[in-house]
Structures are given as structure tokens and as C-alpha cells.
Design a protein around this ligand. Structure first.
Ligand code: SF4
Ligand code: SF4
Length: 193
């Protein structure tokens, strides 16, 4: 993997970084660009900006660049970076905040595959209380109109019984839905941005 910083301008929105710090509850000023987060991130190889670069873009106030990046959507919130960061920078919380900001500011490219995945993933959890992979797979295929790119893999995991045909049954699905409702209310009050 190559860790080459992209060419970024340093003239940014000075109010952006304080806003991200406040909304995420994370002091990104502590980051001293040691790259530990990027070296340990399991999905960094698919990102346009590596985790430490996302932090740097926020510090520089390059709002548009970071809010339209793929990296903020690719982050799987696995917490590896937060666990290893020597300066206690909670990158997953920063990524959450940036995703919420990108949606609120409507800068997300319509129909972007990774965003379709996020919406579908969460709406399935809201509906079933946990993930229903077959439904997730079929919905994403229809929404992205990409029916055949990984057909072989899909058939193989179906054949191996790894895709359940029936939706999961959860006793307290209403409890899960209540969590989503609270998040909706919090977003409507603008508490994340
Ligand atoms: S591990 Fe922490 S201090 Fe190091 S670059 Fe990443 S966020 Fe910054
Ligand atoms: S939380 Fe996101 S940025 Fe951090 S290691 Fe996991 S996937 Fe990478």
C-alpha cells in the first residue's frame, strides 16, 4: 500500500474543524500524523483518503474535499484505529460525524454504491432488528442495477447455506426501532452537526 498524501490546499473553512470536534466529541488537534491508524485500518487499501489524511483534511478545513470523499463511507467503524491511536483520536466518531454532515449538506453523489449500501444496511436493521443478508443483497442489486458482477460468488454462498432464505426473528425488534427513532429525532434537532 502506498501512503502518498494527496495534493491539498491549506486554505480552508476555519469553522469546519471546531464543528467536527464538537459534534464528534473528539479533539482531532491532538493528531500528530503518525499514520498508525492508516497502517492498521483493514479497509484503508480501498479508500481515496487514508484515515490520517481524513483527519488532516478536517484540520485544514477542507470541508468539500472530505465530505465528498469515499473514505468516510468505506470506514467500517471497526474501532481498530481508535484502539491503537497514541493520541486517543476517535476516528470512527469523526467518520460518523462527517457522514451525517455530508447527508445534511446534500453533497453526497446520488446513487453512489457505497451510500446505497449504508442506507440499505441500516433500513434492514431497522426493519428486522438485525441483518437479513439475502434481502440486503437483492435490494443492493436492484438499486445499483449491477446484477451480474458477482453472481458466481452469490450462488456459491447461497449453495453453502450462508444466506438464510427467511428473515431473522428477534424478540425485541421494537427496542431496535426505538433506537433508530431516537437517532432520527437527534438528527432532526441537528445534534450531530
Ligand atoms: S493514529 Fe492517531 S495520532 Fe496517529 S495519525 Fe492516526 S489519528 Fe493521528
Ligand atoms: S474505524 Fe474506520 S478508519 Fe478506523 S480502522 Fe476501522 S475502518 Fe479504518
Amino acid at each position: 500500500m502506498q501512503y502518498v498524501a494527496k495534493n491539498v490546499s491549506v486554505i480552508g473553512d476555519t469553522g469546519f474543524s471546531p464543528k467536527v470536534k464538537e459534534a464528534s466529541g473528539t479533539n482531532i488537534d491532538r493528531c500528530y500524523q503518525c499514520l498508525t491508524c492508516s497502517l492498521d485500518c483493514p479497509v484503508a487499501f480501498t479508500m481515496d483518503y487514508l484515515p490520517h489524511q481524513v483527519v488532516r483534511l478536517v484540520q485544514l478545513g477542507l470541508r468539500r474535499k472530505v465530505l465528498t470523499s469515499d473514505a468516510i463511507w468505506i470506514c467500517a467503524n471497526c474501532e481498530t484505529c481508535a484502539t491503537r491511536c497514541p493520541k486517543d483520536v476517535a476516528i470512527p466518531r469523526v467518520m460518523d460525524t462527517l457522514r451525517a454532515m455530508a447527508l445534511q449538506e446534500k453533497v453526497v453523489e446520488k446513487g453512489k454504491d457505497i451510500v446505497v449500501f449504508h442506507h440499505t444496511f441500516l433500513s434492514n436493521i431497522r426493519r428486522w432488528g438485525r441483518q437479513y443478508e439475502l434481502s440486503l443483497l437483492l435490494q443492493i442489486k436492484f438499486k445499483t442495477r449491477d446484477f451480474f458482477s458477482d453472481l458466481g460468488l452469490g450462488l456459491r454462498i447461497l449453495w453453502q447455506g450462508k444466506l438464510k432464505l427467511r428473515p431473522p426473528r428477534l424478540k425485541d425488534v421494537t427496542g431496535v426501532r426505538a433506537i433508530f427513532r431516537r437517532i432520527d429525532q437527534s438528527l432532526a434537532r441537528g445534534e450531530w452537526t
